[in-house]
Design a protein around this ligand. Structure first.
Ligand code: SAH
Length: 214
């Protein structure tokens, strides 16, 4: 892999131990985080920041999510081989890479053109090939659904109805809900055509889910 050394691997191993100690137990999630060279997803690969369990700026006023947060959302999705997953908020592409490592077929939407173009060019260089879409994630991808899982990686002021309707029966949506400086991680399971179950999992901090494109 491009510029991935024994040093990076060692730091990643410690990062995996750290998020495991914080409660992430899905072995597939831990394996994916242990494999993906997070330092390559950052502006100027600040190695020592890349393997801290922290969010980091990626340009255009956006962030690469904290590894623990990525792991937490991914674990809640219960990804299986060939799961069809929709991600809202491509950003750096790191979350998409985690999903692909776990065997998912990934569709990802970004509303910031600059980031969309950058990540669409970058991610395939690492061998990760999601389907990239430029647009407003509030609407989802009605023509490509329904999905086994939908993950929203920005703070949503409310749960978008369009996204709920793009879940398969038995599908799971993981969405941080709330405005301001924190959101409540929420799992929505579609139990039947018109039956949805909601479970909450405490506070997280995300950049806001915005309307329209930029
Ligand atoms: N999953 C990303 C996290 C990036 S932060 C990663 O792993 O790096 C959240 C991203 O959501 C930002 O890039 C932001 O531009 C994008 N975003 C915000 N509102 C959106 C919307 N309505 N549709 C699509 N993307 C959106």
């Amino acid at each position: 892999m491009i510029n991935d050394t024994i040093l990076h691997k060692g730091m990643r191993k410690r990062l995996v131990e750290e998020i495991a100690s914080k409660g992430i137990s899905d072995p597939q999630v831990l394996k994916a985080i242990g494999k993906i060279p997070r330092h390559l997803f950052m502006e100027s690969s600040f190695v020592k920041f890349a393997y801290q369990d922290k969010a980091f700026p990626i340009g255009a006023g956006q962030t690469i999510s904290q590894p623990y947060t990525v792991a937490f959302q991914t674990q809640l999705l219960q990804v299986k081989q060939h799961s069809k997953i929709l991600e809202i908020g491509t950003g750096s592409g790191y979350q998409a890479a985690v999903l692909i490592e776990m065997g998912a077929q990934v569709y990802t939407i970004e509303r910031q053109r600059e980031l969309f173009l950058k990540t669409q060019q970058f991610l395939p260089q690492l061998g990760y090939h999601p389907r990239f879409f430029f647009g407003d994630g509030y609407k989802g991808l009605p023509t490509y659904g329904p999905f086994d899982g939908i993950v929203i990686t920005a703070g949503a002021p409310f749960i978008p109805e369009d996204l709920k309707m793009q879940l398969k029966i038995g599908g799971r949506m993981v969405i941080p809900v709330g405005q301001g400086d924190h959101q409540i991680m929420t799992l929505i399971e579609r139990k039947a055509e018109n039956s949805f179950e909601e479970t909450t999992f405490g506070n997280f901090a995300f950049v806001p889910l915005l309307k329209g494109t930029n």
